[in-house]
Ligand binder design. Structure first.
Ligand code: SF4
Length: 356
């Protein structure tokens, strides 16, 4: 991996307190490299957005960070603990070093201000030394960067299409050249053509500007195309992490395998589609042991009592980690082959009446 720009250590985030707490994120650690594109995937409610908003330190009550540390490694100075920032330091950090593109641009943009006014707002707050003329020149540049004609600076959000609004959100995020951009399902509400255009734009911008991206989606197929590394989340934890090519070709965790076999490939040979039985667990009352065990076709006795730890599943690919007892030599003599996992999913799917 390139130099780290961000490192997250043992982050846990709850909604609510004590026995009423919903454990949205539990003991999550990862490192984001400089210029890296990290994809966070998993079903709705698995903690992806809470994790990302925790990283940006924008969570509000009743969300509370129970434990952990988030270090930003910018420049030559000592790392900054993002969770220790507050007030003006936190506000400055958010736009200058880390920016967010939210899921629904209509809600993220101010409906009563033109694009020009919203861009001016950022610069007058964060770059008070810039003249009005310089700000307006930069506003034109930013819109051009994301493929919007400069005459749209006068437009209000409701005058733009969904794709344009999302592009405008990206332009605002890029305004101060941050090192990290968090994108929370930025294309979910768009049609596939607009989605493709925006993602192509993001790839081009990242190549030119060299920022790092944390990209959140429930659409794993998107990440297999875009990301350098992929983290799969389930019930608030990262259950598999690795290079997207390795995760695609050799998913180790049965949940990742199930996700990858829940949609047909657009290219290449056909593959069997199984789906994953059941629903994600209630985060207020997680199952004992591995939270995936009630849905896992490979579950065995240990899975109901012991929590699996995220670690290398295959010595040949040490950077790919999975949290699964199947790869713990003390619990299972031989790790499963992909055929074993496929066979278990196939039996499970047939039991549910699916044709596979
Ligand atoms: Fe399945 Fe057990 Fe692995 Fe969890 S630990 S994914 S239940 S085999």
């Amino acid at each position: 991996m390139s130099d780290p720009i961000l490192s997250v250590h043992h982050l846990s985030i709850d909604y609510g307190y004590e026995e009423d707490a919903t454990h949205a994120v539990t003991d999550v650690s990862f490192t984001l490299g400089r210029g890296e594109f990290l994809g966070l995937a998993g079903e709705s409610g698995c903690g992806k957005s809470t994790l990302a908003y925790g990283v940006a330190n924008i969570l509000r009550n009743p969300a509370n960070i129970v434990s952990g540390e988030i270090l930003y490694h910018g420049g030559n100075a000592a790392p900054i603990n993002i969770l220790a920032l507050s007030g003006a330091a936190l506000r400055a950090f958010r736009w200058n070093e880390l920016a967010i593109v939210f899921q629904s641009a209509m809600n993220a943009l101010n409906p009563v201000l033109s694009l020009r006014a919203q861009i001016r707002d950022i610069f007058t707050t964060h770059r008070p030394q810039m003249s009005r003329k310089e700000i307006d020149q930069r506003a034109v540049e930013l819109l051009q960067m994301v493929g919007i004609a400069s005459d749209r600076l006068r437009s209000f959000p409701h005058e733009l299409s969904g794709g344009m609004r999302q592009r405008a959100g990206i332009a605002l995020a890029l305004a101060l050249n941050p090192d990290i951009i968090i994108m929370d399902e930025p294309t979910t509400a768009l049609d596939v053509v607009a989605q493709r255009e925006i993602l192509s734009e993001m790839i081009r911008l990242r190549q030119n500007l060299q920022f790092s991206v944390i990209f959140i989606t429930h659409d794993l197929s998107l990440l297999l195309e875009l990301a350098d590394n992929v983290a799969i989340m389930y019930a608030g934890r990262i259950v598999e992490y690795g290079d997207r090519r390795n995760v695609y070709a050799h998913a180790r965790h049965p949940y990742s395998y199930g996700l990858l076999h829940s949609f047909p490939p657009l290219r290449g040979p056909a593959k069997k589609v199984y789906g994953i039985a059941g629903s994600p667990p209630d985060l207020r009352a997680l199952p004992q042991g591995c939270a995936f065990h009630p849905r896992c076709p490979m579950a065995f006795a240990d899975c109901q009592s012991a929590l699996p730890i995220l670690k290398a599943a295959d010595p040949a690919i040490p950077a790919q980690h999975a949290a699964c007892h199947l790869y713990d030599a003390a619990r299972r003599a031989e790790p499963p082959t992909e055929e074993d996992i496929a066979a278990a999913y196939s039996v499970n799917a047939k039991r549910r009446g699916m044709r596979v």
